[in-house]
Design a protein around this ligand. Sequence first.
Ligand code: BEZ
Ligand code: FE
Length: 312
Amino acid sequence: MNGQQDGAQRDRFPKAVSTQAEEFSRRLETMGQSRLAAAAQAAVQGLHALITELRPSSDEFRQAIDFLTEVGHYADARRQEWVLLADVMGMSSLIEDQNSPRPHGATPNTVAGPFYRSDVPEMPLGGNISRDRKGELLEVTGRVVALAGEGLGGAVVEVWQANAEGLYENQEPDRQPEFNLRGRFRTDSQGHFRFTTVKPKGYSLPSDGPVGQLMSALGLGLERPAHLHFRVSADGFETLTTHIFDRSDPAIDRDAIFGVKPELMAEFRLLPPNGGKRTYALDLNLVLCPQRRDEQPLGGDDRWHVSAATTT
Ligand code: BEZ
Ligand code: FE
């Protein structure tokens, strides 16, 4: 390798923190440039920096290996403990922020999560997505708009949410009706949509596996504040996948997966009593931005703990 290439390699790979990391980089240099080599290099650099800083004992190193082994044992087609680990460490949210930046004024994108289904039938505007009618009523009205504020007619609005006990339909297929608390609507010519549902409850991510044990040992929670998920698609615009959170939820400041952003917090307004069920109202604007030329079509997430039969 000539001096010029050496210089280029040095710029690409920052100074190593251990002789082993340095040697690892040197060996990679003979392999040419690839994204995989850059990732391996960065991973080795970061891990060696961590080891140099923390100086783990052999026992501690063994515990770390055992933890990772256990995460692997919990991961299968129905439950993805690795994704859960990435979620609670904020990595999934960071990757979403990096890959789906939104200009100021557009609704932020968030992860879809493991409970999305793409096969929900379309309903007329004003439909009720609670198929078992269990819970306090929530009347949702909204508008899909472009950045400049004009309404987007014919946009597809998909919604999915947990029930009043904090559980999604595909977490308990034997207790909730098919497609309970899921809807697909098409906006009117002015971009408006509306539907009836029940007020969702917040929920906790699974605590029975190694990730739950880690979070408990760290004194950190697994709570997700109450929310509705939306996916909005319109021709010529970037598909928006987002959450709208109940700002009054006590866990609003400690979402386990770092999905809450100020623009995504909304008031679920209690309406004056009318002799029937307690009823709340939620009104939203979902702001889309023009499509980037490199946008890939979206699929469902293949994530950590959804029933295999309903993952799409
Ligand atoms: C959810 O809100 O459905 C969710 C999203 C990411 C991780 C876990 C759950
Ligand atoms: Fe959710």
